[in-house]
Design a protein around this ligand. Structure first.
Ligand SMILES: C[S@@+](CC[C@H](N)C(=O)[O-])C[C@H]1O[C@@H](n2cnc3c(N)ncnc32)[C@H](O)[C@@H]1O
Length: 278
């Protein structure tokens, strides 16, 4: 028998502390906050933990090993084939929730590029009155999103965002998206762990990384009603080029860029103006 704190000490130097806690909590089936109260861990569990540490050392993301990732106040099921939700996206989701609170009784929300459904799940959790749709292209990702969004009332659609949900054109209050935005030319600069394990469709988007954001601006323009809002995540270096896509479209005003919880430029927001065509 050994204790959780001894196992965590033995993992130090092999993997980051946060990953060791996540993996030990997963092995023992307890919340991470309870770990330090556990003083009698049997050798089988210690061996399973050691096996997970070895897989983590080989580069497999901790969230794929534990099968979950935290996002705002929810736990999201993830695994190979789906993008792991990042804390960077939480600030944009918070901005969207503030806009929904101002938008009337049961605002209509569309999430594009939904991946695991983390954003839609957080909105369902924190603003249950919203009527929600989530659009995702990848079959693997849709399987996770379907599990994560089961019972929330979010309508999940497997489609290319370019021509999704035509029946909602001109009626939507808020479009939110964390699209792929890594420039293809930055391929070598992406950590091998991300490149080799997370799906390329979730990461890369043309030579300048803005291909999906250009499509997104067009789709948001057709879905939103006048006065509706769009928010889209982007890379730090796209703090000027991503807003420029919305300005160049011509169908938006109040185009602004925002910072994430680490004070880095992270998402653009805009308001739909004028008539719904375009
Ligand atoms: C960066 S991931 C974001 C996933 C999730 N929203 C999150 O924040 O964790 C981008 C997602 O967009 C999806 N995607 C890429 N191109 C798409 C398209 N044309 N239409 C719909 N989804 C697309 C990818 O499969 C991937 O799941």
């Amino acid at each position: 028998m050994t204790s959780a704190s001894r196992l965590l000490r033995s993992a130090a130097g092999r993997v980051p502390d946060a990953d060791a806690r996540l993996l030990l909590a997963h092995t023992l089936g307890v919340p991470a906050s309870r770990l330090l109260t556990l003083t009698a861990i049997d050798p089988d569990a210690a061996a399973r933990f050691d096996e997970l540490l070895t897989r983590r050392e080989s580069g497999v993301p901790a969230q794929y090993l534990s099968g979950t990732a935290p996002f705002r106040h929810v736990e999201v099921a993830v695994g190979p084939g789906v993008f792991i939700p990042r804390p960077e996206t939480e600030a944009m989701t918070g901005w969207a929730l503030e806009r929904l609170a101002e938008a009337g009784e049961s605002p209509l929300v569309v999430e594009l590029c939904a991946g695991s459904g983390a954003i839609s799940l957080a909105i369902a959790d924190e603003f249950p009155a919203a009527r929600q749709y989530a659009v995702e292209l990848s079959e693997d990702a849709v399987r996770y999103a379907a599990a994560n969004l089961a019972g929330t009332g979010v309508d999940l659609v497997q489609a290319d965002m370019a021509d999704a949900l035509l029946e909602l054109d001109g009626t939507v209050d808020l479009v939110i998206a964390n699209p792929p935005y890594v420039p293809l030319e930055a391929y070598d600069g992406i950590p091998a762990e991300v490149r080799e394990h997370e799906p390329a469709l979730a990461l890369f988007s043309g030579p300048d990384g803005l291909d999906a954001i250009r499509v997104l601006a067009r789709v948001a323009a057709r879905l939103l009603k006048p006065g509706g809002r769009v928010c889209a995540e982007h890379a730090e270096l796209q703090h000027a080029s991503a807003p420029a896509v919305f300005v160049a479209h011509g169908g938006f005003d109040q185009v602004r860029d925002h910072r994430d919880l680490n004070d880095r430029p992270r998402f653009v927001t805009a308001r739909r103006v004028g008539t719904v065509a375009g």
